[in-house]
Each structure stands twice: as C-alpha cells, then as structure tokens.
Design a protein around this ligand. Sequence first.
Ligand SMILES: O=C(O)CCC(=O)C(=O)O
Ligand SMILES: [Fe+2]
Length: 352
Amino acid sequence: MAGKLVSALRWLLLGPLWAAQLLTGAKSFMDNPLIGSRRLNARGLHAWRLRVTDRLAQSRRARLAALLAPPDRAAFDRDGYVMKADFLPAPQFAALRQQVLDYRGAAREEVQGDAVTRRIACDAAALAAMPALRELLQLPAWRGLIRYAGSFDAEPMVYIQTVLSHARPGMADPQEALHADTFHATVKAWLFLTDVEPGAMCFTYVPGSHRLTPQRLQWEHGKSLAMSPQTDRLTRRGSLRVEEGELPALGLPPPRQFAVPANTLVVADTHGFHARGASTRPTLRVEIWAYSRRNPFMPWTGLDPWRPRALHLRRIGLAWWAGDTLERLGIKSHVWKRRPGTSAFDGPGDRT
Ligand SMILES: O=C(O)CCC(=O)C(=O)O
Ligand SMILES: [Fe+2]
C-alpha cells in the first residue's frame, strides 16, 4: 500500500519531467521509466526517437557543409569519421606537445574498471599557458570538422585527456566493448599527442555504422525490447553494446583499429559503433580531446548559449563544480576526482 502511494507520488512529481525528457538527449532506460517502458518501445518509441533525430541531424549537417572540404565531407558521410594524419605542421605539433608536457593544472580523474581517465580542462589558465593549444582551437579545419560531425555550430568542450590502461586493480575497461554512445548523432575528436601502437588502446570504429539503415533501426528496436535487469549497465543507461558477431547481419564490416602516429586527428560520430581497442600492456595515451552534444531534437544549428568566450572557457569548471556540490550535499557521488598539479603525461605512479 505504502509502496503504491510512493510510486504514485513519484509519477505525479517526476512524470512531467520524464515526458519532457523524451524530446531531449536523455537516453537512460534505467533512469527514465518512459524511455525504458517496454510497452512504449513495443509501440516504437525508441525507434521513433532515432528516426526523428537522424533526420534532423542530416538536415543540420547539410546546412554546415561549407565548414569542411568536400572530400572530408564525403569521407565522413560514408564512414562516420574523418582521419587526418600529420594534422598540424611539425613545428606547431612539437610546440603543442612540449607545452602540454610542461603544463600542470587542475586535473580530474575517473576510474573505469582497471583504467584511469584523466582530464585537464582547456580553460583560460590552460590557454594562457599553452599558446599552441589556443592556436589549435582556432584552426578552421579543427572547428569545422567537429561542428559538421556533431551537426551543430556549437563550441565543443575541449580537454587534454590521458588514458592509462591497466593502471589499477579492477575489471576490464568497459570502453573496450563495442558500443554506440547514444541514440543520435554526436561527436568526439582525438588529436593524439602520443603514438598509438597496435594492441595499445587503438580507437576502434565500425565504418559506416553511423548510418541509420533499416537493419540498424530494427536492431535498436529489438534491443529496446530486450532490456532487462540482467542487461549490462551501460546498455541500460543508453549506450548500447554490440557484439562483433552481430555486425554482418547489420550489413557492417569489421571494426577498423586506428594504430596511428602522434599528430593524427580522428573526428567521429560516436552514435556509430566504436570502442577503445584492448591494451595488452600498461599504456599511457594522451590526446587533445573534444566532445560536443546538444539537444538532438533542435532543428537549428546555432543559438549556442555557451558561445561567448567567457562562458565556454568556464563551462568545464562549472560542470565539475556542480558535480562536487551534488556530492557534498550527499545527492550523488562525483566520478571526476580532483588531482591538482598533475601533468597529462604523469604515469599512474606519479599521481598524487
Ligand atoms: O578512448 C577511446 O578510444 C574510445 C572511448 C569511447 O568509447 C568514448 O570516448 O566514447
Ligand atoms: Fe564511447
């Protein structure tokens, strides 16, 4: 009886929010009972969200086409990623790498399985200390590729990211399983500052898997109905895992591994299937890493509220501060732990 009352109250209070979230990027089948509703998904809710946001992303991208060179656009439209070897002229890349090596800033770290991800915000202090980084972020090629792939004319969040594999005891790194980050077009970019050797965390992508084919739509529909408490947690949170063996039936080729030298840029739509390649030995991978995501139901490309420089330079700090505050209030623990004075190139043993 009491349970029923609590449940009714929860629906009364949160129901409108859950309903409104259907028209946003909210993706968790666990946290939003409408997104996770088997009844609604049997009627096509999940598939509908995919179809609508795919159409909108295509139309936004068409309007952003002038931001990139036609061959890059063709490559991206075909594969779901663009790879550029020797992205920066050698002296600029050497300066960038050296400046990142020398920089110690307000880093944060997250643990996932036995891997540690470290991020240093590209905020005002970082850009003042690293002029080569400032130049990179202003390059039309960098800006254009990320905006087109993300399908929005929006400032990305940019970090210096370090991934340390086998850095601590734990289960396998969950990023090593092939997955789609979410149900709609979205972008991540990596400008590698370290060489990425085979068998040492190569970014991995299934070419063409960003396209919403009838097979993919059917697969998504099937997955949305098959969610159960036994399904892995990240799938239930909306980053659907896929087995390599399922790819042929989806008309998709095997994944491509990006074993690439430093100074290679990869910009990818991580709605496509991708993973962090397995790592046979402890490895440190450092990259300038960008991420951009907006409400995928918005038809327009612009109106980015974070566009003013003073705002977007503070955005990451604000997000971390919000996470810290929620943790202090006992509402939710914050996965991004403070690591002040850390360099992107510090190994696991050098961490404070
Ligand atoms: O670090 C990588 O290579 C890919 C990790 C991943 O899945 C992601 O960033 O979405
Ligand atoms: Fe991912």
